[in-house]
Design a protein around this ligand. Sequence first.
Ligand code: PGA
Length: 257
Amino acid sequence: MARRPYIVGNWKMHGTRAMLSEARAIDRAAQRLLKVEVAIAPPYTLIHPIHREAELIAVGAQDCHEAEGGAFTGDISAAMLADAGAQFVILGHSERREGHGESNDLVRAKAEAALAAGLKIILCCGENAATRESGEAIAFVRGQLAASLPRLPEGFADIAERITIAYEPIWAIGTGNTATPQDIGEMHAAIRALLIEQFGEEQGGDVRILYGGSVKPENAGEILRVADVGGALVGGASLTADSFMGIALAVGEPSDN
Ligand code: PGA
């Protein structure tokens, strides 16, 4: 089954209630682009307000704790996110892996906790500049992803509905540099092969693989046409409705309904 392109905004640590007007504008614009699935991951404080107001777009979080609950000052559980209206959570973002020392094992534990709480996950992977230059990017990302993917309980249904992968080369995040279509195509093909090994042809072939790293309206069309690119994870350019929906427009023509 070919899934709709998935365009996800990662607001990172940006946004107070003043940003709700942008979320509203994104939601309204998304209603004219039904061939694209649009979602935003705002800071925790905006999850519930956006969930209450949004008619179409999904709202998600940018991290969660791996435990169901307990004495973890300052942390948040997957069930709390679901309770606030989150439908998904981004996990293993390089800013968490690097800035908070998150290992593959921890990312895997978080992924398993999020799925158990009923959330969908967007699992991030990507190499740094030194690994890219050394020619080891594909081997590195394969290893990182294989070690971070959740182990699924017997009979787990809807793998491709619940799990999305985001390939985000670290050197492309927030830098204005994007990977070339050829590099993106090679990496996404390698990730696809791994997903098929892990989840079988049918489900692994259907999981969406997003590209992230300096995606903007001007380059989105070219990136999103690359084989096996199922959407984009967008940071800076997701902070205004104009630029974010410019990216969504690059993949989906406005629909009549
Ligand atoms: P960027 O961030 O679009 O600002 O490069 C992408 C991300 O980190 O998810």
